[in-house]
Ligand binder design. Structure first.
Ligand code: CTP
Ligand code: ZN
Length: 155
């Protein structure tokens, strides 16, 4: 007998699929999902295809903006974003990592000017696997672990 956990299909909204296993919490954090009032389902480490696993986030009644979709790429570069309308997938797109990451993450360098002046943080993409970004102002490189730490800190 086939036994598996399934989260229900949604009628309208956004399904963020193929999230790197275990990264759904960081995606939720970077999108600020804790402040959404819409119903949200999160599935972690569910089976995906023949062998692998993935995380999934379903946000009902809400279409994510392009900016929100780009944020996801920082922690889940392989994710796909599906816009669901009337139970059908109306649009499917892969997230894209922007070459400049603006106003999304604080800089890990406590002495960075971005902590003292009212400027938007800005990082240049240096690599994707593993993820590496470099602060435009102080040149500090943030690794995947640094990014994870900054997301956890953000309020
Ligand atoms: N989904 C959903 N509610 C719907 C329609 C789809 O929650 N009404 C979810 C599916 O469960 C899946 C994702 O949205 O996780 C994408 O759906 P679909 O394109 O139908 O699945 P696949 O073809 O398997 O997608 P892919 O090729 O991107 O893996
Ligand atoms: Zn900096």
């Amino acid at each position: 007998m086939k036994r598996e956990l399934k989260i229900s299909a949604i009628k309208n909204g956004t399904v963020i699929d193929h999230i790197t296993p275990g990264k759904a919490f960081e995606v939720a954090r970077i999108l600020g999902l804790e402040d959404f009032s819409a119903p949200i389902s999160i599935a972690v480490n569910v089976s995906s295809g023949k062998s692998g696993t993935k995380d999934i986030i379903k946000v009902e009644n809400r279409e994510l903006s392009k900016d929100e979709v780009n944020r996801i790429s920082l922690v889940a570069p392989n994710a796909t974003v599906n816009i669901v309308k009337g139970y059908e997938v109306a649009k499917k797109k892969k997230v894209e990592i922007p070459s400049e990451i603006v106003d999304i993450l604080p800089c890990s360098n406590a002495n960075c000017i971005t902590h003292f002046e009212p400027v938007k943080t800005k990082f240049q993409l240096e690599g994707t696997s593993p993820m590496r970004i470099r602060c435009y102002y102080c040149e500090r490189v943030l690794t995947e672990e640094d990014i994870k730490r900054e997301i956890a800190k953000e309020d």
